[in-house]
Design a protein around this ligand. Structure first.
Ligand SMILES: *[C@@H]1O[C@H](CO)[C@@H](O)[C@H](O)[C@H]1NC(C)=O
Ligand SMILES: *[C@@H]1O[C@H](CO)[C@@H](O)[C@H](O)[C@H]1NC(C)=O
Ligand SMILES: *[C@@H]1O[C@H](CO)[C@@H](O)[C@H](O)[C@H]1NC(C)=O
Ligand SMILES: *[C@@H]1O[C@H](CO)[C@@H](O)[C@H](O)[C@H]1NC(C)=O
Ligand SMILES: *[C@@H]1O[C@H](CO)[C@@H](O)[C@H](O)[C@H]1NC(C)=O
Ligand SMILES: *[C@@H]1O[C@H](CO)[C@@H](O)[C@H](O)[C@H]1NC(C)=O
Ligand SMILES: *[C@@H]1O[C@H](CO)[C@@H](O)[C@H](O)[C@H]1NC(C)=O
Ligand SMILES: *[C@@H]1O[C@H](CO)[C@@H](O)[C@H](O)[C@H]1NC(C)=O
Ligand SMILES: *[C@@H]1O[C@H](CO)[C@@H](O)[C@H](O)[C@H]1NC(C)=O
Ligand SMILES: *[C@@H]1O[C@H](CO)[C@@H](O)[C@H](O)[C@H]1NC(C)=O
Ligand SMILES: *[C@@H]1O[C@H](CO)[C@@H](O)[C@H](O)[C@H]1NC(C)=O
Ligand SMILES: *[C@@H]1O[C@H](CO)[C@@H](O)[C@H](O)[C@H]1NC(C)=O
Length: 808
């Protein structure tokens, strides 16, 4: 018994003293790093937290005992081999030179410095001595520059993770030197150029992910030599290629993700050989040919996304599915007939997108009874009423049925749904909306627009989470609904029969950004409490109602307003001079709108749905963030003079004061409206000369000054000279100028009054178009925030030139 006891004592008392601590220079390197870090972090509370997690890093102690540090305990020199420093820095930014002390530790085998707000270029030269490095994780920082060539000389490297940085440059062929590399993850950077063919010589690769960069060109065929590949992800680049026929030789492939590139050709037959395939994502614009039935025989396949191609569907009834799919998108795959019955067999399905096909028939009860999370069937020809059990599913979070021909009433069960997003617009639903809709506990977005729904709209509780509501273009009546939750951001209730006064309850919506009530029957005095609406309000449209009284000066408190449309009411009094203080119409559009946030983080899976909501793509003009800032007070009974303060509204693109009773001069300050494209002052009593400052309006492309009492010379400028349609200036007193071919030097010889009778009243109406654009913009911003994605196809440009016209 004595011997073991002694042995025990020996271990307890002697070993620690005999054991070596980590090499002193390495300890010093780590301390240098800690020191640099504390100097680098500006924010006090971040610094405290960061240094808190390094509190064991103290001079004169064994760094092998420090947190986040591991040493090689088998070697007598006890060198540091692992550093796990992810998420040390919690905000702000620190410089990449911070890494240099760490990179002096030549014995490192794994280095994880991901998620640390590191900025600047990767200090490539400092890596040259890391000859034992196997795993390097620098993802989720802000590294820029390109990948330094020194990294490619780290022959021992097996994992190189650089995703979510801002690394640019091209991927060089030197990559082939990484003979041991098994994982190369460069997702979400800005790397451009072609994928070098030398990639085929990195034959140990199992995971190759270049998702969301700017790669161009085609896939080098040499990737077919990467027979150990399990994940191959090129999603969201700008590559143009056909899926190689030989893809089936990558037998271990479990994830193949090529979506959002410029693919062409068909789905190669050899994909059948990929027996391990679990995820196949080839959503694009360009694949042609048939959707092969054998896809559904791949036994391990769980996620299949084929949407958005030009594929044909020739599998009526003949699909014998062996896959147990969780996610299926057959968007625009040419499906016809009823919703396919073989889906009944898919018991694991969570996500189903069959939008943009030619499906007809009704919503099958068996589908309603499946516990799906996301159902997207928009843009089909489905009809009939919805099965009540659809809303009793405990799993449903998104239901999108827009642009079908569903009819009947919305089922009473709707209040039981767990959905967050309900899109039922552009169908044929009718009757009242069940009151219980206001009780859906996590409803965030409700779109019932363009149906034939009627009756009063239910009142929502102040605690409701609803943020986006569109009930426009229905037959709702009764008082204007104004009882919503405090989180409300957007209320679109135009084109209904709402009546009564503008409700004061709107002032209880502190985050409201968009309030559209045009084309209703709202009456009474223009609300004096308008100044108490949310100061975030960007869009306010009350066009075509029956409001009377005057516009209060307090309206200038709505400092975020970018679109104010009060046209076609019975407003009188003068134009408040305070309008010239509307800050957001003065500054050029800022990015502040992107604060429009969405309370839930969305699954990537519904991106397309979201992007397509309200065809928001079309709200963007050439992908520029381009906002129509507009002020429309036309067709009222406004009197008095135009306040010269309106000239402050420098970012205004449209100003319409036509069809009022405004007198006096056109303010000189209008020459300051540098962004104005459309200016309509017609049908008023304006007199005097057109200010010569109009020559400064270089963006003006639509002008109407007709039917006033203007006199004198029409100012000239390259832009104004082009606006030479006589209708612009018709029915004034004594205008002259080259635009109307009336010489100014013969003031006595008056031209005969022309074509008065037949004159078309060229009244500018920007109703649908412009409100649409503004709305689209708001939505685009919200969607950008939400999904950060715009379609690759350039959206059709909407210009005010396409606006509609109406006759009085
Ligand atoms: C400092 O960091 C804390 C926590 O990360 C954060 O909440 C705070 O806003 C930051 N302060 C500044 C001034 O950036
Ligand atoms: C990288 O970022 C740093 C700091 O933000 C900046 O000074 C440098 O110019 C950038 N380098 C490149 C190549 O963009
Ligand atoms: C690499 O090691 C050599 C030899 O020890 C040394 O001279 C050189 O400074 C080291 N380079 C770096 C970047 O640490
Ligand atoms: C595929 O994976 C299996 C199991 O991991 C492995 O045994 C096999 O060698 C791999 N095939 C190839 C071609 O690498
Ligand atoms: C997409 O690929 C086709 C050829 O397959 C090519 O003609 C076209 O220019 C490519 N489009 C883009 C945007 O790269
Ligand atoms: C599929 O079925 C629909 C209706 O059942 C029919 O209109 C269509 O022609 C069929 N397509 C094929 C390829 O058989
Ligand atoms: C459903 O699955 C069963 C067994 O898994 C199979 O026999 C049947 O043919 C499948 N039906 C369809 C329509 O795929
Ligand atoms: C929509 O369905 C109704 C019957 O509910 C039918 O009368 C109508 O023709 C359908 N409309 C379209 C466009 O298919
Ligand atoms: C809506 O349904 C009615 C019958 O309920 C039908 O007469 C009408 O055509 C449908 N409208 C559309 C646009 O399909
Ligand atoms: C406008 O806002 C200011 C301060 O935000 C407030 O003092 C003033 O009463 C408001 N004006 C009106 C008319 O509500
Ligand atoms: C506009 O704002 C300025 C500065 O805040 C103020 O002095 C002026 O009175 C305001 N003008 C009107 C018409 O409200
Ligand atoms: C696609 O990549 C671009 C940049 O290359 C990025 O801005 C966009 O958000 C990405 N889209 C998606 C859906 O990931």
């Amino acid at each position: 018994m004595v011997k073991p006891c002694l042995l025990f004592l020996f271990f307890v008392f002697f070993i620690p003293q005999l054991s070596f601590s980590c090499p002193q220079d390495q300890r010093q390197s780590l301390l240098d790093f800690k020191n640099l870090l504390s100097q680098n972090i500006k924010n006090q509370s971040t610094a405290e937290l960061t240094l808190g997690s390094l509190k064991t890093w103290r001079p004169n102690s064994d760094c092998c005992k420090w947190q986040l540090v591991s040493c090689n305990i088998r070697s007598p020199s006890r060198e540091v081999i692992d550093l796990n420093l992810n998420s040390l820095v919690l905000s702000g930014s620190v410089s990449s030179s911070l890494l240099r002390p760490l990179l002096r530790i030549n014995s490192l085998v794994t280095l994880d410095i991901s998620s640390n707000f590191i900025q600047g270029e990767i200090p490539g030269d400092a890596f040259v001595n890391l000859t034992r490095l196997i795993s390097l994780d620098m993802s989720s920082n802000s590294f820029n520059g390109s990948i330094p060539p020194e990294l490619f000389s780290l022959k021992t490297l097996e994992r190189l993770l650089l995703s979510q940085n801002v690394i640019g440059g091209t991927l060089s062929g030197d990559i082939k030197k990484l003979k041991n590399l098994q994982e190369l993850i460069l997702d979400e950077n800005l790397i451009e150029g072609e994928v070098p063919p030398e990639i085929g010589r990195v034959t140990e690769l199992r995971k190759l992910s270049l998702r969301q960069n700017m790669f161009t060109g085609s896939i080098p065929l040499s990737v077919l030599d990467l027979t150990k590949l399990e994940t191959f992800d090129l999603q969201n680049n700008s590559m143009s290629f056909e899926i190689p026929d030989g893809i089936g030789s990558l037998v271990n492939l479990s994830t193949l993700s090529l979506s959002r590139n410029n693919l062409s050709g068909g789905i190669p037959w050899s994909i059948q050989n990929l027996k391990n395939l679990e995820t196949l994502k080839i959503e694009n614009d360009g694949l042609t040919g048939e959707v092969p039935a054998w896809l559904f025989s791949l036994q391990k396949l769980k996620i299949l996304r084929l949407g958005g191609n030009k594929l044909q569907w020739n599998n009526n009834g003949s699909v014998l599915a062996k896959s147990k799919l969780t996610h299926l998108s057959l968007r625009s795959c040419g499906l016809e007939g009823n919703i396919p019955e073989w889906l009944k067999n898919q018991t694991s399905l969570l996500f189903l997108d069959l939008s943009m096909n030619k499906l007809e028939g009704s919503f099958p009860k068996w589908l309603a009874d499946k516990e799906l999370g996301i159902i997207i069937l928009s843009d089909n020809r489905l009809s009939g009423s919805l099965p009540p059990s659809l809303f009793q599913s405990r799993s449903l979070s998104v239901l999108a049925l827009s642009r079908n021909n569903f009819s009947g009433q919305i089922p009473d069960t709707i209040g039981e749904t767990s959905a967050m997003i309900l899109m039922l617009s552009e169908n044929n639903f009718s009757g009242p909306v069940p009151k219980s809709i206001a009780e859906i506990y996590r409803l965030l977005l409700l779109d019932l627009s363009k149906n034939r729904l009627s009756g009063e709209f239910p009142r929502f509780n102040v605690l409701s989470l609803l943020q986006f509501l569109d009930i426009s273009s229905n037959e709702f009546s009764g008082d204007v609904p104004a009882s919503f939750g405090e989180s409300t951001l957007m209320l679109s209730m135009s084109e209904n029969n709402f009546s009564g006064e503008f409700p004061q309850d709107f002032i209880n919506l502190p985050f409201l950004r968009h309030l559209d009530l045009h084309d209703n029957k709202i009456s009474g005095e223009f609300p004096s409490f308008i100044s108490k609406l949310s100061s975030s309000l960007e869009v306010l449209s009350l066009r075509n109602n029956s409001l009377k009284g005057s516009i209060p000066q307090g309206i200038s408190n709505l400092t975020s307003l970018k679109v104010l449309d009060l046209s076609q009411n019975n407003l009188d009094g003068s134009i408040p001079s305070s309008l010239g203080n509307l800050t957001s119409m003065i500054q050029s559009p800022s990015s502040s709108s992107s604060a429009l946030s969405f309370a839930f983080s969305f699954d990537m899976e519904i991106q397309d749905l979201a992007v397509n909501w309200k065809n928001s793509k079309q709200g963007l003009s050439n992908r520029n963030l381009y906002l129509y800032t507009l002020l429309d007070l036309s067709m009222n009974k406004l009197r008095g003079e135009i306040p010269s303060s309106l000239g402050n509204l420098k970012s205004l693109k449209l100003l319409n004061l036509s069809y009022n009773d405004i007198s006096g001069l056109i303010p000189q300050s209008f020459g300051d409206l540098e962004k104005i494209e459309i200016l309509d002052l017609s049908y008023n009593n304006l007199s005097g000369e057109i200010p010569q400052t109009f020559a400064n309006l270089s963006e003006l492309n639509t002008l109407d000054l007709s039917n006033n009492k203007l006199t004198g010379r029409i100012p000239g400028s390259p832009q104004l000279d082009r606006l030479n349609d006589p209708k612009i200036y018709a029915n004034n007193n004594k205008l002259c100028g080259m635009q109307i071919q009336v010489p100014c030097y013969t003031p006595t010889e008056q031209q005969p009054e022309e074509e008065d009778e037949e004159k078309e009243e060229a009244v500018v109406s920007w109703e649908a178009t412009v409100i649409g654009v503004a709305f689209g913009f708001v939505m685009a911003i919200f969607l950008m925030y939400m999904v950060g994605y715009f379609s690759d196809s350039p959206p059709p440009r909407r210009s005010p030139k396409n606006r509609g016209k109406f006759k009085k």
